[in-house]
Structure formats: structure tokens, C-alpha cells
Write a protein that binds this ligand. Sequence first.
Ligand SMILES: [Cu+2]
Length: 150
Amino acid sequence: MKFFSLVAAVGLATMCANVAFAADHEVRMVNKDSEGRTMQFEPAFLKIAPGDTVTFVTTNPGHNSESVEGAIPEGAEGWKGRINEEISVTFDAEGLYAYKCLPHFGMGMVGLIQVGDDTSNLEAVQGARYPGKAAARMEELLGQVTAGAN
Ligand SMILES: [Cu+2]
């Protein structure tokens, strides 16, 4: 009986630890961000921990969130929200994840999520295809990537 309660206590403590450490983040899909840029994700750059969840919130209608082909860590699963769909994505694999709003991709509506400190897919993210204003915007976001713990 004593052994059983110890196992139960350890199990409960582990569960609480997971709940306490996995954070939830929010990215808003907006027609204009706080710095006056049109058609944006805000914040467009996020650094999170493995296991964290990001919810893409439909602050303004007409947007979606979907990962950019070839611009997420190898083996990681991409996502594709429908227009006006609020989706939550949990990021387990470390690395960089570029994403876009499909209708406003060429207008520069892109975002970048850094999960943990592994930046080994940086070149793959840089090498993906970004039309129109998305190229310069992604360049800005990649400038916010940090190596090592911060
Ligand atoms: Cu959009």
C-alpha cells in the first residue's frame, strides 16, 4: 500500500510538471499590426520551448496559417489551417518553422517560430520560396533567431 501511494504521488508530480512547463502562446492574424504593417501575424517571430502550443487567432477575418513547404525541421509535421480557422499547433521537434497566410503570402504575411535552440535547418528555411514582400519580411524574422540559450 505504501509503495502504491509513492507511485501515485510520483505520477501526479510528473503530470503537474508537464502542465506547468508547457506554455500556450498566441499569434494574432491581423490586417494591420501595431507597427502599421498590413497583413501580418503578430507577433511574427516567437521563440518557444519544445512541447509548447501556439494558437493562431483570427483577430481579423480572411487569413489562415499554414507551414511553408520545406521550411520546417526534417520529420516534423506541417499544418494547414483553413481561412478564418483558429488552430492550435503543438511543437515537439526543435528547430525553425516558417509559416504563411496563403492569400497574403506575396504581401509579406509570414511568420517564424523557433522551437528550442536547434537552428540546424536555418539554411533550408532561408532557401524556401518566398514570393513578393515575403522574402524581405522572412529575412527580418530570421534576423531574430538566437543561437544557444537566452
Ligand atoms: Cu492573411
